[in-house]
Design a protein around this ligand. Structure first.
Ligand code: MRU
Length: 342
């Protein structure tokens, strides 16, 4: 299998390396994946994360197993185990189902490896396409609010919502970005801030609870977010806190865009109500942990509710920025997300 390089994932000399995003921005530590259980643990602990990228990591592992000669029965088991590693981001299921379909149709291991590589390369192209479509929506001088992390750390390419932001910045649109810290795991404050800094995009971190007053003061011109699963009716799951931003944006008449590749659409899902939402460990909310160590401020064993994602109804979305272009609410209502085409 050829070498492949992304910001947080590398396949080099027949080894899969994963950047540990839990340790960013303080430390850049790469894991050398030895087996499927290690990769599943890295996915579940969010060492590797972001809807497209966690799916691509699983895909490359299957490609790696095919390259080393695992048989179809073994590959099917590996695909099933990886497919169950996280429940909400549908890219994981979409990519692995594509590989499983090849196996079911009698494809040989060479074809499987080629398709795993193709999925990686396609994501780079999809990111470029949606970034261009989204950047065209950005007005000069826009103040853009974003949530979670959707950049090179979450994809094989430039990113989804962050791809739009970086492209608009490169287009000299003179933008400024409000980075939601994104409680409880700070994907915004740690990872998006790191990416904004690396790309030279002017930004400020805000606590999630500050978005309302910024909008009230007229300091937000648009909201752009990514997605983990988009239903056929346009409802979508994304990092917890996205729905409240959409409600706020609606109230304040701020355009709210979701940016995602076609691989984030679940054509089997009619509406957001059936999207499975991951519940995570209580300790993520009782305190903080990262490269700085661990600290708990809540009472020992305090009861916690910790859904990792929420669902934003289509009615709150101004437009879906896909690799195929910007899709309007009327087009979504007419079925544009059922089978996205070029
Ligand atoms: O739990 P995470 O960090 O994997 O969640 C990531 C998100 O919610 C992102 O916004 C989403 O995957 C879009 S990534 C391009």
């Amino acid at each position: 299998m050829q070498n492949l390089v992304a910001t947080a994932l590398r396949y080099e000399d027949s080894k899969l390396y994963v950047l540990d995003q839990r340790r960013l921005p303080a430390e850049e530590f790469w894991h050398d994946c030895q087996d499927e259980n290690q990769l599943i643990a890295l996915i579940q602990s969010l060492a590797i994360r972001g809807a497209p990228l966690l799916g691509i990591a699983a895909t490359l592992w299957v490609g790696h197993c095919a390259r080393r000669g695992d048989n179809a029965t073994r590959l099917t088991k590996t695909i099933a185990a990886l497919r169950a590693s996280r429940p909400t981001a549908v890219n994981l299921m979409n990519y692995l189902d594509r590989l499983q379909a090849l196996l079911d149709n009698g494809a040989d291991n060479t074809a499987l490896v080629a398709d795993a590589v193709a999925i990686f390369n396609e994501d780079v192209t999809l990111c470029d396409a949606m970034s261009r479509h989204g950047a065209a929506l950005v007005k000069p001088g826009a103040k853009i609010l974003t949530h979670c992390n959707t950049g090179g750390l979450a994809t094989a390419g430039i990113g989804t919502a962050i791809g739009v932001i970086i492209t608009a910045h490169r287009d000299h649109k003179n933008i400024k970005v409000w980075v939601d810290e994104t409680r409880p795991l700070f994907q915004g404050g740690r990872l998006t801030a790191w990416e904004m800094q690396n790309a030279g995009v002017p930004y400020q971190i805000i606590c999630d609870s500050m978005a309302a007053s910024l909008m009230q003061q007229g300091n937000v011109d648009m909201v752009v977010v990514g997605a983990d699963r988009i239903a056929r009716n346009g409802d979508f799951a994304n990092k917890i806190g996205t729905y409240s931003l959409a409600v706020l944006a609606h109230y304040h008449r701020v355009p709210f865009y979701v940016v995602a590749p076609r691989t984030t659409i679940d054509v089997n899902c009619a509406g957001g109500i059936t999207i499975p939402i991951e519940q995570r460990d209580a300790n993520e909310v009782r305190g903080v942990s990262g490269s700085f160590g661990s600290f708990q401020w809540a009472p020992e064993q305090a009861p916690v509710f910790n859904p990792a994602f929420d669902v934003t109804p289509a009615a709150l979305v101004t437009g879906w920025v896909l690799d195929t272009g910007v899709v309007s609410p009327d087009e979504v209502a007419a079925g544009a997300l059922a089978y996205p085409t070029d």
